[in-house]
Write a protein that binds this ligand. Structure first.
Ligand SMILES: C[S@@+](CC[C@H](N)C(=O)[O-])C[C@H]1O[C@@H](n2cnc3c(N)ncnc32)[C@H](O)[C@@H]1O
Length: 307
């Protein structure tokens, strides 16, 4: 048995706000098999995750979520799932929530994940590039570890090259996961060699040791990463965007939240700006003040110039 499970002192240290009685009750006896999570407790976590992030846990993900929570409890010295749960609502719970959240979210991503959407962005940038008074702004919303954001930066650079204009763009990339953002800022990616990349990508990446590539500084300096919870719908800084790119994020949200987020994205676009989502991520609904563009294989909406 893991010796940390018997340490009530750890519990007390972790969460003074719950008081000693709670801590004493959460201490295991020698016979206790260690942290566990029953169905009722799992539902509490699912509800909390959805309330705080919008992310729904579907049935096939339940075991994975349960495993992550139990593993984290053991690591942090918690034995009672109810006390651990309640601790997150205390002042010291915010940090722990951040740690746990990083384990619960799906952060799967890759470069140029949906090729037709990236080709659309290149064409769009090329068509805007020739007549610019100010830089173009692109936003990768739910960028995970940065591959999507750097792909958008490549799209923009290629768009400017097609239009034979100097680069004049920035990419803002946001995610709720601090872990993912740290990887994104580092911009070193395993599992690739520059020689395996399509030739045109060679100038954007360089070899960073065996089987790793790093993003070239010229691209990196055009991309800025920020922590943001999309549910906050903050648009103090994220406004007047030319392109908003949000793929494989809305799929985790309920239909009504997807619609709310699309309305939020619209408000963050310039008139004439485009929102690119994943194919099929919203169906049977026409976002107000936007028109769906007819681009095969791509789900893209343009904000009307006049409301
Ligand atoms: C499956 S990844 C998709 C990454 C990338 N967009 C792509 O298509 O490859 C989903 C990302 O959405 C982020 N996410 C989930 N809920 C979020 C929220 N409420 N606010 C911001 N980001 C969120 C997750 O942290 C994760 O990095």
């Amino acid at each position: 048995m893991n010796s940390t499970w018997n340490r009530s002192s750890i519990q007390r240290k972790k969460c003074p706000e719950l008081g000693d009685t709670a801590m004493a009750q959460s201490t295991t006896t020698a016979a206790h098999p260690g942290p566990a999570l029953n169905g009722r407790q799992l539902r509490l976590w699912q509800d909390l995750l959805e309330k705080r992030t919008g992310v729904q846990v579907v049935r096939r993900q339940e075991n994975g979520i349960r495993t992550q929570i139990v593993r984290r409890m053991a690591e942090a010295g918690w034995t009672d799932a109810d006390y651990y749960f309640r601790s997150l609502d205390t002042a010291s719970g915010a940090r722990e929530w951040g740690v746990l959240l990083d384990r619960l979210l799906v952060k799967e991503t890759r470069f140029f994940r949906h090729q037709p959407s990236h080709e659309f962005v290149r064409q769009r940038i090329a068509s805007l590039a020739s007549d610019l008074e100010s830089p173009l702004w692109l936003w990768s919303a739910g960028c995970a570890s940065g591959e999507e954001a750097y792909s958008l930066a490549v799209d923009a650079a290629e768009g400017f090259a097609r239009a034979r204009r100097e680069d004049n763009y920035y990419v803002v990339a946001t995610d709720i996961s601090k872990d993912a953002l740290a990887k994104a800022r580092r911009a070193v990616y395993p599992g690739a060699e520059p020689s395996n990349l399509p030739a045109f990508l060679g100038r954007y990446f360089y070899s960073h040791g065996p089987n790793q590539v790093a993003v070239d500084e010229s691209l990196k300096q055009r991309v800025a990463f920020y922590a943001q919870n999309l549910l906050d719908k903050d648009n103090r800084y994220l406004n007047q965007m030319d392109v908003i790119y949000c793929q494989n994020v809305l799929i985790y949200f309920k239909a009504w939240r997807r619609r709310e987020l699309i309305n939020y994205f619209r408000d963050c676009l310039k008139p004439g700006g485009c929102l690119v989502i994943g194919p099929g991520e919203i169906a049977d609904w026409q976002p107000p003040q936007m028109v769906r563009l007819d681009v095969p294989g791509v789900q893209v909406y343009q904000k009307r110039s006049q409301p």
